[in-house]
Design a protein around this ligand. Structure first.
Ligand code: RIB
Length: 297
């Protein structure tokens, strides 16, 4: 089977991760236990997840001309991701995420840096890349105009597109309608739609952590159960879900199979440190599904 061609239009960040037993309250200072830097960014994470699962992945994005930019590019390349559509922006810092990791869960502040340069004209120059893809993944850590254009170009070329609306931002109805699937978590769903999502029901795939994933098919609500795993670091679990969903759909799996596969990949991903640290291979996902479900459902 040919490898599915997955294009990710999105952010590339360096994650600055401090672990602490207790996350500080407003105005409080607490002691951390460890500090580390690790590659991240929702776009790059989804690209790495898809590449780990065997896809041919192309990243569309920007890094700065700082030391982080070099490390981030090197990391993507080492994971087999094509970076010919990643630009180094001069006199600009790379995107950075400040992450507080406490009891396996996180709080994140993003400073976009070079990700701001993934604008409309940048995406317009990547039309050919989008048109040649089997599937495209987009998130909301780049300018909204670029997101809208990327999705419109997918519609123009009839390329399926998954929008992971994170961090949540209001989007025009036309853009939402042009998406093949929209994958908010519960919080993002509440912020984005506030109960008015019925017209988009067949596009929505909502991730609910250990409670699983819900979506609707042919007017019927579906649930893929969540898995109880001991999380080391939940950062990047949603990104793993999206990368895996894209790969499975591009491989021609049914929506139910693709959700089950992505759900399992996300569960596995939280068992190691770093957004990209625990992302599984295809064999690991199938082994896990075999163990917990007797195979892909
Ligand atoms: O989804 C997790 C990612 O969000 C982190 O890697 C961080 O960079 C932020 O973009």
């Amino acid at each position: 089977m040919n490898k599915p061609k997955v294009t990710v239009v999105g952010s590339i960040n360096m994650d600055m991760v401090t672990t602490t037993d207790v996350a500080p309250k407003q105005g409080e200072t607490v002691l951390g236990t460890t500090f580390a830097i690790a590659p991240g960014g929702k776009g790059a994470n989804q690209a790495v997840a898809a590449a780990r699962l065997g896809a041919e992945v192309r990243m569309v994005g920007c890094v700065g001309d700082d030391a982080f930019g070099s490390l981030l590019l090197q990391g993507l390349q080492e994971k087999g991701i094509a970076i010919d559509r990643v630009e180094r922006v001069t006199h600009c810092s790379s995107g950075v995420a400040t992450i507080v990791l406490s009891n396996g869960d996180n709080r994140i502040i993003i400073t976009p840096g070079a990700n701001k340069h993934v604008n409309e004209s940048f995406v317009a120059n990547c039309e050919q890349t989008i048109a040649e893809s089997d599937i495209v993944l987009v998130q909301l850590e780049i300018p909204l105009e670029a997101v809208k254009l990327a999705i419109a170009l997918c519609a123009k070329h009839q390329v399926p597109v998954i929008l992971n609306p994170a961090p949540a931002q209001t989007l025009p109805e036309e853009t939402l309608q042009q998406c093949t699937y929209i994958t908010p978590n519960e919080t993002e769903q509440a912020e984005l739609f506030a109960g008015g999502e019925d017209v988009l029901k067949d596009k929505l795939i909502v991730t609910k952590g250990v409670q699983g994933v819900i979506w609707s098919e042919g007017g019927r609500d579906q649930l893929a159960r969540g898995y109880q795993v001991d999380p080391v670091d939940t950062t990047g679990a949603g990104d793993t879900f999206n990368g895996a969903l894209a790969v499975a759909l591009a491989e021609g799996r049914s929506l139910a199979e693709a959700v089950s596969y992505a759900n399992a990949a996300a569960a596995l991903s939280v068992q190691a440190f770093g957004a990209q640290g625990g992302m599984p291979t295809e064999a690991e996902v199938f082994r896990f599904l075999q163990m917990v479900e007797g195979g892909v459902k």
